[in-house]
Design a binder for this molecule. Structure first.
Ligand code: SAM
Length: 173
């Protein structure tokens, strides 16, 4: 799992309305160990703010637009995991998912997710069977998937936080 490549597909982004949440999906994806994110709709402000974070804070994280997201899903060689409150409990499938080979694509939605996605996904997984948020679902999924190791990664960024009990310490190279 340490070296597993996970990518996130953000479905159904509505420019304007979902800007902040989609940006947070990207920030969480990066900070919690994913290698990149696909947007289905071009939204320059989201792409730019995420690339800006990568430029300053480091890490390898790609942000790409996949307008043909159905094609992306059809061609995806690895495992496709759709996070949905209607799915199977994460705990029941976690070990199996961790053993999966190839690149893992994790789908999170915004509004209603098309039925086709439920059928195409290799796994429909819930993080608790209650409605909450794509940001929370993604964070918990990635943290469980990487067993918390992702929080100790060195992003080798131009900017780096020196953890402290009080105040803000940031080193800039
Ligand atoms: N009402 C929408 C539906 O029926 O698909 C879901 C809206 S929810 C705010 C947006 C996204 O959050 C979902 O597409 C899903 O990816 C994620 N999500 C929300 N609750 C979840 C849960 N309990 N488990 C997994 N994912 C969840």
């Amino acid at each position: 799992v340490e070296g597993a490549s996970v990518f996130v597909l953000r479905l159904g982004h509505r420019p304007g309305r979902d800007r902040r949440v989609t940006t947070h999906v990207g920030l969480v994806a990066r900070a919690f160990g994913a290698k990149g994110m696909f947007l289905t709709v071009e939204d320059k402000s989201v792409v730019e703010s995420l690339r800006d974070v990568v430029e300053r804070w480091g890490g390898e994280f790609s942000v790409r637009v996949a307008s043909d997201w159905r094609g992306l899903l059809r061609r995806w060689k690895g495992v496709v995991v759709h996070l949905t409150m209607y799915g199977e409990p994460l705990d029941e499938r976690l070990e199996e998912l961790r053993r999966a080979r190839g690149e893992v694509l994790v789908i999170v939605g915004a509004e209603k997710v098309p039925q086709w996605v439920f059928r195409r996904a290799d796994y429909n997984i819930s993080v608790g069977s209650q409605p909450h948020s794509e940001v929370a679902a993604l964070a918990v999924f990635l943290d469980r998937f990487f067993c918390g190791e992702e929080l100790r990664r060195d992003f080798k960024g131009r900017m780096r936080i020196v953890p402290s009990s009080r105040g803000k310490k940031v080193v800039t190279e």
